[in-house]
Design a protein around this ligand. Structure first.
Ligand SMILES: [Zn+2]
Ligand SMILES: [Zn+2]
Length: 342
């Protein structure tokens, strides 16, 4: 089978590799679609502390079961695959934080998403493999993983009734948050971004869209009658965005550092806002099993809006071009299409 292998920063090769062999309790999936994610782009550009050269990138996968040794899945089942599952037994899982599981063991997709076939180990088949409805194409189902991260991030805001939500960042994550936020209690959604094509998408899902390259954000918020901002998603890795969030969030509001900030980044917090204004500064990373299930439900409900996020479809041979395009912020979401047919 063919895989796109990450060799070192700036180099990816498409090569042949043996099809994975699956054993007891395991499932072999023929890849239908695998999304290109910011993590893949960052790894390709400058390496990643947890991703070894020689590995196969890609972790947003949907496809077809072609061999199964698992009681819940038959050959031909259409599935979305979480890239990892949580153990349910480590201290973090037991304290209710499965996204922080410290004992994932063998529960990772093999060899990675940019491959024609994938082995789903037993713990992942048990907890992270899900059927998708027939009307959801693989490319849309591949959005389940990033969407699950957005579910986890939006839940952490504990939005009040009829909340006003500000999202800073017009990458795929910020746009997905805007597309689903009403399901989490947001009544008014404002999105700030810099990229014309992405802001165009935002206009279809948010109430107010601010082009940060043309408008002063605080002035635009005041003049657009957005009113008080109950919560802010910082969905761009920028300390300026975080400072803006802390300054505009209402008393009693919540700011979520959703984007992964550069390592070593620090930020001085105005403790008057934390104490007297009871502003909460939180962060979220990844997702837990329930978030993934909720994401699949949302995909069913909001399929047309979410499908419009996919602006580029490429084959495995074009993964490197796709990573370079994504690094240049071309389009919104690129999906690598695999050999599984709908
Ligand atoms: Zn991802
Ligand atoms: Zn755990």
């Amino acid at each position: 089978m063919r895989v796109a292998r990450y060799m070192e920063p700036g180099r990816l090769v498409v090569e042949e590799m043996d099809r994975p062999v699956v054993g007891a309790g395991e499932v072999l999936v023929r890849m239908g679609a695998c999304g290109v994610c910011g993590t893949d782009v960052k790894t390709y550009q400058r390496g990643h502390p947890l991703i070894q050269p020689g590995s196969v990138l890609g972790h947003e996968v949907a496809g077809e079961v072609v061999e199964s040794h698992h009681p819940r899945f038959e050959v031909g089942a259409r599935v979305a695959v979480a890239p990892y599952s949580s153990c349910g037994a480590c201290p973090e899982c037991r304290r209710g934080h499965p996204s922080l599981c410290t004992d994932r063991g063998e529960a990772f997709l093999q060899p990675g998403g940019f491959a024609e076939y994938l082995r789903v180990p037993r713990p992942l088949a048990d907890a992270g493999l899900h059927r998708i409805p027939d009307h959801i194409p693989y490319e849309v189902a591949s959005l389940a993983e990033p969407l699950a991260c957005c579910v986890h991030g939006l839940e952490a805001l504990s939005l009040p009734q009829d909340a006003s939500l500000l999202i800073i960042g017009d990458g795929p994550m910020g746009l997905m948050q805007a597309a689903i936020a009403r399901s989490f209690g947001a009544a008014r959604i404002t999105l700030v971004g810099l990229t014309p094509q992405r802001l165009e998408y935002a206009r279809g899902v948010a109430d107010v869209v601010i082009d940060g390259s043309l408008q002063d954000v605080e002035a635009a918020l005041r003049s657009s009658a957005v009113g008080e901002v109950d919560a802010v998603m910082v969905s761009v890795a920028s300390l300026d965005a975080l400072a803006q969030a802390m300054s505009v969030v209402a008393k009693g509001g919540t700011v979520n550092v959703f984007a992964g900030m550069p390592s070593g980044a620090t930020y001085p917090v105005d403790l008057k806002r934390v104490h007297y204004d009871e502003v909460r500064l939180v962060g979220t990373f990844g997702f837990g099993p329930r978030d993934f299930v909720r994401a699949l439900d949302l995909l069913g409900d909001l399929e047309p809006q979410l499908r419009r996020l996919i602006t580029h479809r490429v084959g495995l041979e074009q993964v490197e071009d796709a990573l370079q395009n994504a690094a240049r912020h071309a389009g919104v979401k690129t999906v690598v299409m695999g050999p599984a047919r709908e």
